[in-house]
Design a protein around this ligand. Structure first.
Ligand SMILES: Cc1cc2nc3c(=O)[nH]c(=O)nc-3n(C[C@H](O)[C@H](O)[C@H](O)COP(=O)(O)OP(=O)(O)OC[C@H]3O[C@@H](n4cnc5c(N)ncnc54)[C@H](O)[C@@H]3O)c2cc1C
Length: 408
Protein backbone atom coordinates (compact mmCIF):
# COMPACT_ATOMS: atom_id res chain seq x y z
CA UNK A 1 0.00 0.00 0.00
CA UNK A 2 3.02 2.34 0.11
CA UNK A 3 2.93 5.28 -2.28
CA UNK A 4 -0.83 5.54 -2.42
CA UNK A 5 -2.58 8.79 -1.54
CA UNK A 6 -4.13 8.77 1.92
CA UNK A 7 -6.81 11.04 3.36
CA UNK A 8 -8.65 11.61 6.60
CA UNK A 9 -11.91 11.61 4.67
CA UNK A 10 -12.89 10.67 1.13
CA UNK A 11 -16.33 11.78 -0.01
CA UNK A 12 -17.80 9.87 -2.95
CA UNK A 13 -20.06 12.19 -4.96
CA UNK A 14 -19.71 15.93 -5.50
CA UNK A 15 -23.40 16.82 -5.36
CA UNK A 16 -24.75 19.02 -2.56
CA UNK A 17 -24.53 16.28 0.09
CA UNK A 18 -20.91 15.52 -0.82
CA UNK A 19 -19.84 19.16 -1.04
CA UNK A 20 -21.60 20.09 2.19
CA UNK A 21 -19.90 17.18 3.97
CA UNK A 22 -16.52 18.22 2.59
CA UNK A 23 -17.10 21.81 3.71
CA UNK A 24 -18.05 20.82 7.25
CA UNK A 25 -15.11 18.42 7.52
CA UNK A 26 -12.49 20.71 5.98
CA UNK A 27 -13.51 23.77 8.01
CA UNK A 28 -12.43 21.90 11.17
CA UNK A 29 -8.85 22.44 9.97
CA UNK A 30 -5.92 20.03 9.52
CA UNK A 31 -8.17 17.56 7.69
CA UNK A 32 -7.12 16.00 4.41
CA UNK A 33 -10.42 15.77 2.55
CA UNK A 34 -10.89 14.48 -0.99
CA UNK A 35 -14.14 14.64 -2.98
CA UNK A 36 -14.45 12.39 -6.05
CA UNK A 37 -17.16 12.73 -8.68
CA UNK A 38 -17.64 10.57 -11.73
CA UNK A 39 -18.60 13.58 -13.88
CA UNK A 40 -17.54 16.83 -12.28
CA UNK A 41 -19.20 19.54 -10.22
CA UNK A 42 -22.35 21.57 -10.87
CA UNK A 43 -23.42 19.20 -13.64
CA UNK A 44 -27.01 18.39 -14.61
CA UNK A 45 -26.94 14.58 -14.68
CA UNK A 46 -27.88 14.01 -11.06
CA UNK A 47 -30.59 14.36 -8.46
CA UNK A 48 -29.75 18.05 -8.14
CA UNK A 49 -30.46 19.25 -11.66
CA UNK A 50 -32.62 22.30 -12.24
CA UNK A 51 -32.50 25.75 -10.64
CA UNK A 52 -34.81 25.61 -7.67
CA UNK A 53 -36.07 23.43 -4.84
CA UNK A 54 -38.91 23.83 -2.39
CA UNK A 55 -37.86 25.09 1.03
CA UNK A 56 -40.32 24.21 3.76
CA UNK A 57 -40.12 23.86 7.49
CA UNK A 58 -43.30 21.80 7.87
CA UNK A 59 -43.21 18.03 7.96
CA UNK A 60 -45.78 15.46 8.99
CA UNK A 61 -43.13 13.59 11.04
CA UNK A 62 -42.08 15.71 14.01
CA UNK A 63 -38.50 14.44 14.19
CA UNK A 64 -37.93 15.51 10.57
CA UNK A 65 -39.74 18.78 11.30
CA UNK A 66 -37.13 19.39 14.04
CA UNK A 67 -34.35 18.76 11.53
CA UNK A 68 -35.68 21.42 9.13
CA UNK A 69 -35.93 23.91 12.01
CA UNK A 70 -32.30 23.17 12.95
CA UNK A 71 -31.25 23.58 9.32
CA UNK A 72 -32.52 27.16 9.14
CA UNK A 73 -29.64 28.66 11.09
CA UNK A 74 -27.10 26.70 9.02
CA UNK A 75 -28.62 28.11 5.82
CA UNK A 76 -28.18 31.58 7.33
CA UNK A 77 -24.50 30.83 8.09
CA UNK A 78 -24.00 29.65 4.54
CA UNK A 79 -25.71 32.76 3.14
CA UNK A 80 -23.57 34.97 5.37
CA UNK A 81 -20.34 33.26 4.32
CA UNK A 82 -21.15 33.32 0.64
CA UNK A 83 -22.73 36.79 0.59
CA UNK A 84 -25.71 35.51 -1.36
CA UNK A 85 -29.31 34.84 -0.41
CA UNK A 86 -30.02 31.14 -0.96
CA UNK A 87 -33.45 30.73 0.60
CA UNK A 88 -36.20 33.06 -0.59
CA UNK A 89 -39.19 33.00 1.77
CA UNK A 90 -41.96 33.46 -0.76
CA UNK A 91 -44.22 31.06 1.18
CA UNK A 92 -45.17 27.41 0.86
CA UNK A 93 -48.76 26.75 -0.22
CA UNK A 94 -50.12 23.21 0.11
CA UNK A 95 -53.64 22.59 -1.10
CA UNK A 96 -55.87 19.83 -2.35
CA UNK A 97 -57.35 16.76 -0.78
CA UNK A 98 -56.22 17.07 2.83
CA UNK A 99 -56.42 13.33 3.44
CA UNK A 100 -54.14 12.17 0.61
CA UNK A 101 -50.91 10.70 1.98
CA UNK A 102 -47.92 11.27 -0.28
CA UNK A 103 -44.18 11.02 -0.11
CA UNK A 104 -44.19 14.78 0.57
CA UNK A 105 -46.45 14.23 3.56
CA UNK A 106 -50.05 14.86 4.32
CA UNK A 107 -51.89 18.21 4.58
CA UNK A 108 -54.10 17.37 7.57
CA UNK A 109 -51.34 15.60 9.52
CA UNK A 110 -48.85 18.35 8.77
CA UNK A 111 -51.26 21.01 10.03
CA UNK A 112 -51.52 19.07 13.29
CA UNK A 113 -47.74 18.85 13.49
CA UNK A 114 -47.45 22.62 12.93
CA UNK A 115 -49.93 23.19 15.77
CA UNK A 116 -47.85 21.00 18.05
CA UNK A 117 -44.58 22.65 17.00
CA UNK A 118 -46.10 26.16 17.34
CA UNK A 119 -45.24 26.98 13.75
CA UNK A 120 -47.69 29.54 12.34
CA UNK A 121 -49.69 28.97 9.17
CA UNK A 122 -52.85 30.26 7.56
CA UNK A 123 -55.62 27.76 6.76
CA UNK A 124 -57.27 28.55 3.42
CA UNK A 125 -60.48 27.30 1.83
CA UNK A 126 -60.30 26.45 -1.88
CA UNK A 127 -62.29 29.58 -2.81
CA UNK A 128 -59.80 31.77 -0.95
CA UNK A 129 -56.90 30.07 -2.74
CA UNK A 130 -58.59 30.77 -6.07
CA UNK A 131 -59.30 34.39 -5.18
CA UNK A 132 -55.86 35.15 -3.79
CA UNK A 133 -53.63 33.26 -6.22
CA UNK A 134 -55.74 32.95 -9.37
CA UNK A 135 -56.15 29.16 -9.57
CA UNK A 136 -59.40 28.18 -11.29
CA UNK A 137 -61.77 25.19 -11.23
CA UNK A 138 -60.38 23.66 -8.05
CA UNK A 139 -62.62 20.86 -6.75
CA UNK A 140 -65.00 22.19 -4.10
CA UNK A 141 -63.55 20.16 -1.25
CA UNK A 142 -59.98 21.43 -1.81
CA UNK A 143 -58.40 23.39 1.02
CA UNK A 144 -54.95 23.82 2.47
CA UNK A 145 -52.50 26.17 4.13
CA UNK A 146 -49.92 28.85 3.48
CA UNK A 147 -46.75 28.60 5.62
CA UNK A 148 -44.97 31.91 5.11
CA UNK A 149 -41.43 30.84 6.15
CA UNK A 150 -41.32 28.37 3.27
CA UNK A 151 -40.31 29.20 -0.26
CA UNK A 152 -37.64 28.42 -2.79
CA UNK A 153 -33.96 27.45 -2.60
CA UNK A 154 -31.44 28.72 -5.13
CA UNK A 155 -29.88 25.40 -6.20
CA UNK A 156 -27.04 26.70 -8.36
CA UNK A 157 -26.21 29.37 -5.76
CA UNK A 158 -26.01 26.69 -3.06
CA UNK A 159 -23.81 24.38 -5.11
CA UNK A 160 -21.50 27.24 -6.10
CA UNK A 161 -21.19 28.35 -2.48
CA UNK A 162 -20.33 24.83 -1.27
CA UNK A 163 -17.95 24.26 -4.19
CA UNK A 164 -15.93 27.38 -3.25
CA UNK A 165 -16.15 27.11 0.54
CA UNK A 166 -15.03 23.49 0.67
CA UNK A 167 -11.97 24.33 -1.42
CA UNK A 168 -11.22 27.49 0.54
CA UNK A 169 -10.95 25.29 3.62
CA UNK A 170 -8.56 22.96 1.83
CA UNK A 171 -10.74 20.13 0.47
CA UNK A 172 -9.47 18.68 -2.78
CA UNK A 173 -12.15 18.22 -5.46
CA UNK A 174 -11.53 15.79 -8.33
CA UNK A 175 -13.99 15.37 -11.18
CA UNK A 176 -14.14 12.75 -13.93
CA UNK A 177 -13.06 10.04 -11.53
CA UNK A 178 -15.67 7.36 -10.86
CA UNK A 179 -15.33 5.28 -7.71
CA UNK A 180 -15.67 1.58 -8.50
CA UNK A 181 -15.24 -0.03 -5.11
CA UNK A 182 -15.23 0.96 -1.46
CA UNK A 183 -13.83 -1.72 0.87
CA UNK A 184 -13.76 -1.05 4.60
CA UNK A 185 -11.72 -2.76 7.29
CA UNK A 186 -11.28 -1.92 10.95
CA UNK A 187 -8.37 0.45 10.24
CA UNK A 188 -9.95 2.46 7.45
CA UNK A 189 -11.25 2.18 3.92
CA UNK A 190 -9.71 1.35 0.54
CA UNK A 191 -11.26 3.29 -2.33
CA UNK A 192 -10.69 2.02 -5.86
CA UNK A 193 -11.46 4.40 -8.70
CA UNK A 194 -11.18 4.24 -12.46
CA UNK A 195 -7.70 5.79 -12.13
CA UNK A 196 -6.11 4.61 -8.91
CA UNK A 197 -6.50 3.31 -5.39
CA UNK A 198 -6.74 5.55 -2.31
CA UNK A 199 -6.76 4.90 1.38
CA UNK A 200 -8.86 6.89 3.85
CA UNK A 201 -9.60 6.75 7.56
CA UNK A 202 -13.27 7.42 6.77
CA UNK A 203 -15.51 7.53 3.71
CA UNK A 204 -18.86 9.22 3.12
CA UNK A 205 -21.06 7.87 0.32
CA UNK A 206 -22.96 10.85 -1.11
CA UNK A 207 -23.36 9.41 -4.57
CA UNK A 208 -27.12 9.69 -4.86
CA UNK A 209 -28.83 7.39 -7.34
CA UNK A 210 -25.67 5.25 -7.68
CA UNK A 211 -25.29 4.46 -4.00
CA UNK A 212 -26.26 0.78 -4.31
CA UNK A 213 -23.46 0.17 -6.84
CA UNK A 214 -21.02 0.54 -3.95
CA UNK A 215 -23.13 -1.10 -1.23
CA UNK A 216 -24.23 -4.26 -3.07
CA UNK A 217 -20.71 -5.80 -3.29
CA UNK A 218 -20.58 -5.94 0.55
CA UNK A 219 -23.07 -8.80 0.28
CA UNK A 220 -25.59 -7.70 2.91
CA UNK A 221 -28.22 -6.35 0.53
CA UNK A 222 -28.97 -2.94 -0.91
CA UNK A 223 -30.87 0.16 0.15
CA UNK A 224 -34.57 -0.05 -0.64
CA UNK A 225 -34.69 2.93 -2.98
CA UNK A 226 -36.61 3.56 -6.19
CA UNK A 227 -35.36 5.76 -9.03
CA UNK A 228 -37.70 7.94 -11.08
CA UNK A 229 -36.74 10.26 -13.89
CA UNK A 230 -39.08 13.16 -13.19
CA UNK A 231 -39.96 15.87 -15.72
CA UNK A 232 -39.18 19.55 -15.16
CA UNK A 233 -41.31 21.84 -17.37
CA UNK A 234 -40.56 25.53 -17.94
CA UNK A 235 -43.43 27.71 -19.12
CA UNK A 236 -44.06 31.41 -19.55
CA UNK A 237 -46.46 33.43 -17.49
CA UNK A 238 -48.68 36.02 -19.01
CA UNK A 239 -48.90 39.49 -17.38
CA UNK A 240 -48.69 38.84 -13.69
CA UNK A 241 -48.71 41.26 -10.81
CA UNK A 242 -49.69 38.84 -8.03
CA UNK A 243 -46.99 37.68 -5.60
CA UNK A 244 -47.11 33.93 -5.64
CA UNK A 245 -45.76 31.27 -3.29
CA UNK A 246 -44.36 27.86 -4.14
CA UNK A 247 -47.39 25.55 -4.39
CA UNK A 248 -48.01 21.82 -4.19
CA UNK A 249 -51.35 20.23 -5.18
CA UNK A 250 -52.27 17.06 -3.27
CA UNK A 251 -54.76 15.00 -5.26
CA UNK A 252 -56.14 11.48 -5.28
CA UNK A 253 -54.13 9.33 -7.69
CA UNK A 254 -55.47 8.44 -11.10
CA UNK A 255 -55.15 4.96 -12.58
CA UNK A 256 -52.27 6.34 -14.59
CA UNK A 257 -50.12 8.16 -12.03
CA UNK A 258 -49.86 9.74 -8.60
CA UNK A 259 -51.56 12.94 -9.88
CA UNK A 260 -49.41 15.31 -7.86
CA UNK A 261 -48.19 18.64 -9.27
CA UNK A 262 -46.08 21.46 -7.92
CA UNK A 263 -44.78 24.74 -9.19
CA UNK A 264 -42.48 27.67 -8.60
CA UNK A 265 -43.24 31.25 -9.60
CA UNK A 266 -40.47 33.15 -11.43
CA UNK A 267 -37.23 33.01 -9.44
CA UNK A 268 -36.60 35.95 -7.13
CA UNK A 269 -32.86 35.77 -8.00
CA UNK A 270 -33.23 35.87 -11.79
CA UNK A 271 -36.44 37.68 -12.55
CA UNK A 272 -37.99 36.66 -15.86
CA UNK A 273 -41.41 35.64 -17.13
CA UNK A 274 -40.47 31.94 -16.88
CA UNK A 275 -41.95 29.64 -14.25
CA UNK A 276 -41.28 25.97 -13.55
CA UNK A 277 -43.75 23.19 -12.86
CA UNK A 278 -43.28 19.51 -12.24
CA UNK A 279 -45.31 16.35 -11.96
CA UNK A 280 -44.43 14.34 -8.86
CA UNK A 281 -45.20 10.98 -10.45
CA UNK A 282 -43.77 7.77 -9.06
CA UNK A 283 -44.25 5.70 -12.17
CA UNK A 284 -41.84 3.92 -14.50
CA UNK A 285 -39.12 3.20 -11.94
CA UNK A 286 -35.66 2.66 -13.47
CA UNK A 287 -33.72 -0.52 -12.71
CA UNK A 288 -30.51 1.52 -12.57
CA UNK A 289 -29.47 5.17 -12.78
CA UNK A 290 -27.62 4.42 -16.03
CA UNK A 291 -31.03 4.00 -17.72
CA UNK A 292 -31.76 7.72 -17.35
CA UNK A 293 -32.42 9.29 -20.74
CA UNK A 294 -32.49 12.99 -19.65
CA UNK A 295 -35.58 13.32 -21.84
CA UNK A 296 -38.89 13.74 -20.05
CA UNK A 297 -41.75 11.35 -20.65
CA UNK A 298 -43.96 13.27 -23.17
CA UNK A 299 -47.09 12.05 -21.41
CA UNK A 300 -45.89 13.60 -18.13
CA UNK A 301 -45.25 16.92 -19.86
CA UNK A 302 -48.75 16.70 -21.35
CA UNK A 303 -50.22 16.07 -17.87
CA UNK A 304 -48.48 19.22 -16.59
CA UNK A 305 -49.76 21.37 -19.44
CA UNK A 306 -53.23 19.86 -18.90
CA UNK A 307 -53.10 20.96 -15.24
CA UNK A 308 -52.06 24.46 -16.36
CA UNK A 309 -54.93 24.65 -18.87
CA UNK A 310 -57.43 23.58 -16.22
CA UNK A 311 -56.23 25.61 -13.26
CA UNK A 312 -53.63 28.29 -14.05
CA UNK A 313 -54.94 30.83 -16.57
CA UNK A 314 -52.02 33.22 -15.98
CA UNK A 315 -49.60 30.73 -17.56
CA UNK A 316 -49.19 29.95 -21.25
CA UNK A 317 -49.52 26.12 -21.41
CA UNK A 318 -46.97 25.82 -24.23
CA UNK A 319 -43.66 24.65 -22.64
CA UNK A 320 -40.58 26.72 -23.46
CA UNK A 321 -38.17 24.07 -22.16
CA UNK A 322 -38.22 20.64 -20.57
CA UNK A 323 -35.64 18.57 -18.73
CA UNK A 324 -35.47 15.84 -16.11
CA UNK A 325 -34.16 15.16 -12.65
CA UNK A 326 -33.39 11.79 -11.11
CA UNK A 327 -35.45 11.30 -7.95
CA UNK A 328 -34.20 8.74 -5.41
CA UNK A 329 -37.08 7.78 -3.15
CA UNK A 330 -37.16 5.29 -0.28
CA UNK A 331 -39.42 2.27 -0.62
CA UNK A 332 -40.68 3.04 2.90
CA UNK A 333 -42.06 6.60 2.66
CA UNK A 334 -42.00 6.98 6.45
CA UNK A 335 -38.20 6.90 6.57
CA UNK A 336 -37.62 9.63 3.91
CA UNK A 337 -33.81 9.36 4.04
CA UNK A 338 -31.03 6.83 4.54
CA UNK A 339 -28.49 8.47 6.83
CA UNK A 340 -26.12 6.60 9.10
CA UNK A 341 -23.00 4.47 9.36
CA UNK A 342 -22.64 1.10 7.65
CA UNK A 343 -21.50 -0.69 10.81
CA UNK A 344 -24.33 -3.24 10.64
CA UNK A 345 -23.67 -4.01 6.98
CA UNK A 346 -20.03 -4.91 6.62
CA UNK A 347 -16.96 -5.46 8.83
CA UNK A 348 -15.31 -2.06 9.20
CA UNK A 349 -18.59 -0.39 8.23
CA UNK A 350 -18.21 2.00 11.18
CA UNK A 351 -15.73 3.80 8.92
CA UNK A 352 -18.35 4.47 6.26
CA UNK A 353 -21.26 6.92 6.39
CA UNK A 354 -24.09 6.77 3.86
CA UNK A 355 -26.46 9.63 3.00
CA UNK A 356 -28.97 9.01 0.23
CA UNK A 357 -32.55 9.38 -0.95
CA UNK A 358 -35.53 11.59 -0.21
CA UNK A 359 -36.34 15.26 -0.74
CA UNK A 360 -33.10 16.27 0.91
CA UNK A 361 -32.09 19.57 -0.65
CA UNK A 362 -33.67 21.62 2.13
CA UNK A 363 -31.50 19.74 4.64
CA UNK A 364 -28.19 20.02 2.76
CA UNK A 365 -26.28 22.18 5.29
CA UNK A 366 -27.42 19.99 8.20
CA UNK A 367 -26.93 16.64 6.46
CA UNK A 368 -23.38 17.63 5.47
CA UNK A 369 -22.70 18.51 9.11
CA UNK A 370 -24.19 15.23 10.34
CA UNK A 371 -22.16 13.19 7.82
CA UNK A 372 -18.97 14.94 8.92
CA UNK A 373 -19.84 14.34 12.59
CA UNK A 374 -20.66 10.66 12.07
CA UNK A 375 -17.46 10.14 10.09
CA UNK A 376 -15.06 12.18 12.21
CA UNK A 377 -16.58 12.00 15.72
CA UNK A 378 -18.47 8.71 15.43
CA UNK A 379 -21.72 10.32 16.62
CA UNK A 380 -24.15 13.20 16.10
CA UNK A 381 -26.45 14.94 18.55
CA UNK A 382 -29.22 15.15 15.91
CA UNK A 383 -32.09 12.68 16.04
CA UNK A 384 -31.61 10.55 12.94
CA UNK A 385 -32.83 7.23 14.35
CA UNK A 386 -35.58 6.94 11.74
CA UNK A 387 -33.06 7.14 8.90
CA UNK A 388 -30.47 4.52 9.94
CA UNK A 389 -29.26 1.87 7.50
CA UNK A 390 -31.86 -0.75 8.34
CA UNK A 391 -34.52 -2.33 6.13
CA UNK A 392 -32.16 -3.27 3.31
CA UNK A 393 -33.51 -5.55 0.60
CA UNK A 394 -31.85 -8.44 -1.16
CA UNK A 395 -29.47 -7.30 -3.87
CA UNK A 396 -31.24 -9.67 -6.26
CA UNK A 397 -34.68 -8.16 -5.61
CA UNK A 398 -36.40 -7.04 -8.78
CA UNK A 399 -36.72 -3.33 -9.50
CA UNK A 400 -39.62 -1.51 -7.92
CA UNK A 401 -42.80 -1.95 -9.93
CA UNK A 402 -44.45 1.23 -11.22
CA UNK A 403 -46.68 2.47 -8.41
CA UNK A 404 -49.84 4.49 -8.76
CA UNK A 405 -51.31 4.24 -5.31
CA UNK A 406 -51.51 7.32 -3.12
CA UNK A 407 -49.77 6.19 0.05
CA UNK A 408 -46.17 6.39 -1.01
C1 LIG B 1 -37.65 16.42 -9.56
C2 LIG B 1 -37.05 16.57 -8.19
C3 LIG B 1 -37.57 17.52 -7.32
C4 LIG B 1 -37.04 17.68 -6.05
N1 LIG B 1 -37.58 18.62 -5.23
C5 LIG B 1 -37.06 18.81 -4.00
C6 LIG B 1 -37.57 19.86 -3.19
O1 LIG B 1 -38.46 20.61 -3.62
N2 LIG B 1 -37.04 20.02 -1.94
C7 LIG B 1 -36.03 19.22 -1.47
O2 LIG B 1 -35.60 19.42 -0.34
N3 LIG B 1 -35.50 18.24 -2.25
C8 LIG B 1 -35.99 18.02 -3.49
N4 LIG B 1 -35.47 17.06 -4.30
C9 LIG B 1 -34.40 16.19 -3.77
C10 LIG B 1 -33.03 16.84 -3.84
O3 LIG B 1 -32.86 17.51 -5.06
C11 LIG B 1 -32.00 15.75 -3.64
O4 LIG B 1 -32.25 15.13 -2.38
C12 LIG B 1 -30.57 16.26 -3.63
O5 LIG B 1 -30.36 17.17 -4.69
C13 LIG B 1 -29.63 15.07 -3.76
O6 LIG B 1 -28.30 15.49 -3.61
P1 LIG B 1 -27.12 14.41 -3.51
O7 LIG B 1 -25.87 15.16 -3.30
O8 LIG B 1 -27.51 13.35 -2.55
O9 LIG B 1 -27.13 13.65 -4.90
P2 LIG B 1 -26.72 14.11 -6.37
O10 LIG B 1 -26.97 15.55 -6.59
O11 LIG B 1 -27.37 13.14 -7.29
O12 LIG B 1 -25.16 13.92 -6.40
C14 LIG B 1 -24.56 12.65 -6.43
C15 LIG B 1 -23.23 12.81 -7.13
O13 LIG B 1 -22.53 11.58 -7.02
C16 LIG B 1 -21.82 11.37 -8.22
N5 LIG B 1 -21.56 9.94 -8.31
C17 LIG B 1 -22.45 8.93 -8.41
N6 LIG B 1 -21.83 7.74 -8.40
C18 LIG B 1 -20.50 8.00 -8.31
C19 LIG B 1 -19.35 7.19 -8.26
N7 LIG B 1 -19.42 5.85 -8.29
N8 LIG B 1 -18.14 7.79 -8.18
C20 LIG B 1 -18.04 9.13 -8.13
N9 LIG B 1 -19.12 9.96 -8.17
C21 LIG B 1 -20.33 9.40 -8.25
C22 LIG B 1 -22.77 11.90 -9.29
O14 LIG B 1 -22.08 12.24 -10.47
C23 LIG B 1 -23.35 13.12 -8.61
O15 LIG B 1 -22.64 14.30 -8.90
C24 LIG B 1 -35.95 16.88 -5.61
C25 LIG B 1 -35.40 15.94 -6.49
C26 LIG B 1 -35.94 15.79 -7.76
C27 LIG B 1 -35.33 14.78 -8.67
Amino acid sequence: MSGIETYDLIVVGGGPIGLSTAWHAARRGRMRVLVLDQYGFLHERSGSSGNERHWRVQYTQKDIFSLTLQTRSLWRDLEHLTGRKLIHEIGSLWFGDTEVATNEGHIAGTALAMDEMSVPYEWLAGKEIEKRYGFTNLPKHFEGFLQRDGGVIDVRGTLTALFHLSQEHGALLRGNEAVHEVTPDHDGVTVRTERTTYRAAKVVLGNGAHVNDLITPWGSGKLDIHLYEMALVTLRQRNDSVERPFWFAFQQPTEEDTNLFYGFPSNPWSVSDEVRLGPDFEVGALDHASQATYRPNPRHVERVTGWVRDHMPWIDPQPVATSTCLAVLPGDPARQFYLGTAEQLVPGGENIVVCASGWAFKLIPLFGKICAELALDGATSCDIDRHGLTGLISSTSPAAPPRAESVR
